[in-house]
Design a protein around this ligand. Structure first.
Ligand code: ZN
Length: 413
C-alpha cells in the first residue's frame, strides 16, 4: 500500500476528525506535493478504500530523547536528580552506533504509533537528520548544551555546521538551567539570535530546581530566563512548578510550552503542568512523551490521556477536556514545527493517521474525540501518511526485529 509522490484519494473514510470538525463517509484527495487537495466526494488518482479507517492528523511528539531507547528500563525507580546522575554516567561512554540504532528504533516506534514529527534533545542530530529523511518523519533536533558532558564552545561550533534538510530542522538544545552555567546560557542565546533557531530547554521540573535557581539568582526559573532576554525564542518543557506571573511572562514573550505528564509522574516530580491556565492565556501548548527512559513509552495516545488525568487528579477539576489534549498533540505541535498542518483541510500538509475503525466502538460522531483520547493506543494505528507518503504499519515495522537484534549485540558488547 506504500504510496509516494503521486495524487491519490482516501475513499469513503469511515470518519475524519480534527480539532474543528468530524465528517463521515468522506474522501480526502492528496496531491503529488504532499498536500491535502480536497475533502468531499471528489476522486483523483489511485483509490484507497478507507471504509474501515478513522482518519486524524498525525501526532507531534514535542519532546523526547530518541537515543535513550538504549536506556529504557535501565534505572526506573529514582527521582530526577539521582536518575539523571545514572543516565549521565551511561551517556559519557555511549557510542555513536548505539545512539543511531536507538534513534532508529524510536523513529519506527513513533511512526508506527501515529507520530509524524518529533522534537529531540540529544547528542546525535546529524544521525537524526539522515534518519528523518530515510524514514520521512519530521524532526527538529540539535546539539545539546550540557556542561558536565560537553564543552559549550564545541557545541556552539557543531551547531553552526548543522543545516536544515528535507524533513529535518535544526534547533538549539539546552539541557536545563541547573546543568549549564550563566555563560553557557548566554552563549546559547547569542547562537539562537545569530542562527534564528529556537532554544529547547527543560525548565521548572522539580521543586528542588526552583529552590536552587532562586537561591543562586534570586529569581524563579522562567523569570531568570526572561532576565537573560531569551524567553521569546524558547520552547519550555515541563513547567510542573511554575508561578502565575511566570505564565504571564511566557504569554507576553510568546514562548511555546510542552507538557510531559507521564515523565513528571514517573520521576515523582510532584509537579503538574497548569494545562488549563496555559490554554486560557492563549499560549501554544504542546505535548511530549519525554524519553524512553523516563516514560517509558513513546505512544502519544497514552500521553494525551495522561495529560488530562494528571490535571484532573491534581486540580480536582474536569475543566481540561479530551479536545484540549487532542489539540496539543496535533495543531499546536505543527505550530512548533512551523509546518501548516494539524488540521484536515485543503492546503494543509497530508500528515495523517489511519486508525482501525473497528476498534473504536460504539462509533458515533459525538464520541469520536473521546475514543481517540481515552480509548485508542498506538496499537490501533493501521497506516501513517507524512507529507503525502503513505505506509502501512507492517511496512514501517519491517526492519524492527533486525534493529533490535543489533541493539542487543551493542548493549552486550
Ligand atoms: Zn526531557
Amino acid at each position: 500500500m506504500a504510496v509516494q509522490n503521486k495524487t491519490y484519494t482516501l475513499v469513503k473514510c469511515r470518519a475524519v476528525a480534527d480539532i474543528e470538525k468530524i465528517s463521515e463517509n468522506i474522501n480526502i484527495t492528496i496531491d503529488d506535493n504532499g498536500r491535502i487537495k480536497s475533502i468531499g466526494s471528489e476522486i483523483e488518482g489511485d483509490e484507497i478504500d478507507c471504509r474501515n479507517y478513522v482518519v486524524i492528523p498525525g501526532l507531534i511528539n514535542a519532546h523526547t530523547h530518541s537515543a535513550m531507547i538504549a536506556l529504557r528500563g535501565y534505572y526506573d525507580d529514582a527521582e530526577l536528580q539521582e536518575w539523571l546522575r545514572k543516565m549521565w554516567e551511561f551517556e559519557r561512554s555511549m557510542s555513536k552506533d548505539l545512539m543511531r540504532i536507538s534513534s532508529e528504533i524510536a523513529i519506527i516506534e513513533m511512526l508506527s504509533s501515529g507520530t509524524t514529527g518529533f522534537v529531540d534533545m540529544y547528542f546525535n542530530p546529524e544521525q537524526l537528520k539522515e534518519l528523518s529523511n530515510i524514514y520521512k518523519i519530521r524532526v527538529q533536533a540539535g546539539y545539546t548544551f550540557l556542561d558536565n558532558l560537553y564543552d559549550p564552545y564545541l557545541i556552539d561550533k557543531l551547531q553552526r555546521e548543522l543545516k536544515p534538510e528535507g524533513y529535518f530542522q535544526p534547533i538549539i538544545n539546552v539541557h536545563s538551567i541547573y546543568a549549564t552555567s550563566k555563560e553557557t546560557l548566554e552563549l546559547a542565546n547569542q547562537l539562537s539570535k545569530e542562527l534564528g533557531e529556537r532554544i529547547h530547554i527543560h525548565v521548572s521540573e522539580t521543586r528542588r530546581e526552583i529552590y536552587e535557581v532562586k537561591k543562586k539568582t534570586g529569581m524563579f526559573p522562567v523569570e531568570y530566563l526572561n532576565s537573560l532576554n531569551m524567553l521569546d525564542r524558547m520552547q519550555l518543557v515541563h513547567l510542573g512548578w511554575v508561578a502565575s506571573w511566570e505564565i504571564d511572562l511566557i504569554r507576553e514573550k510568546n514562548a511555546i510550552v510542552t507538557n510531559c505528564p507521564t515523565s513528571a509522574m514517573k520521576l515523582a516530580t510532584a509537579g503538574f503542568f497548569p494545562f488549563k491556565e496555559m490554554l486560557n492565556s492563549g499560549i501554544t501548548v504542546t505535548l511530549g512523551t519525554d524519553g524512553p527512559a523516563s516514560n517509558n513509552s513513546l505512544d502519544m495516545f497514552r500521553e494525551m490521556k495522561n495529560a488530562i488525568l494528571l490535571y484532573r487528579h491534581s486540580y480536582w477539576s474536569t475543566s481540561v477536556k479530551a479536545i484540549d489534549a487532542f489539540r496539543s498533540a496535533t495543531y499546536e505541535g505543527y505550530k512548533l514545527l512551523k509546518v501548516k498542518g494539524g488540521k484536515i483541510r485543503e492546503g494543509y500538509v497530508a500528515d495523517l493517521v489511519l486508525l482501525d475503525a473497528k476498534r473504536l466502538y460504539p462509533l458515533f460522531k459525538d464520541r469520536l474525540i473521546s475514543h481517540i483520547v481515552y480509548t485508542a493506543t498506538g496499537d490501533m494505528v493501521k497506516a501513517v501518511i507524512v507529507n503525502g507518503n503513505m505506509r502501512t504499519k507492517d511496512e514501517i515495522l519491517e526492519r524492527l526485529p533486525k534493529l533490535i537484534e543489533r541493539l542487543h549485540r551493542l548493549l552486550n558488547a
